[in-house]
Design a protein around this ligand. Sequence first.
Ligand SMILES: [Zn+2]
Length: 106
Amino acid sequence: MPGDCIVPGCTRQAAQRKGGLCELHAWRRQHGIPDEQPVQDRLPPFARVVESCIQLSDVDSEDDAAWHLAIERLKKSLQRWWIKELAPPAVVAADPREEADKEVGR
Ligand SMILES: [Zn+2]
């Protein structure tokens, strides 16, 4: 029976035939993503927005790179929330204002 993932601090269950890694860390190694990157549990889109806001408020005010990263993370989470919960694609595509905006180049 497989135990926990071999990556320190990871409590996920090791997957079969992944060399003691969980599915997430096996995927990360396959795609060249460092093990140390914090594991983001799948959160509902709005919970991700809230988390992004908290991360932004926690950023060191002297660290421009971290601030920009946090801003981008927040934008992405808002975009995802919008797409997943607020604007079904069929509604957006059928919105006549979208076409009007394109015509006047807004
Ligand atoms: Zn793991």
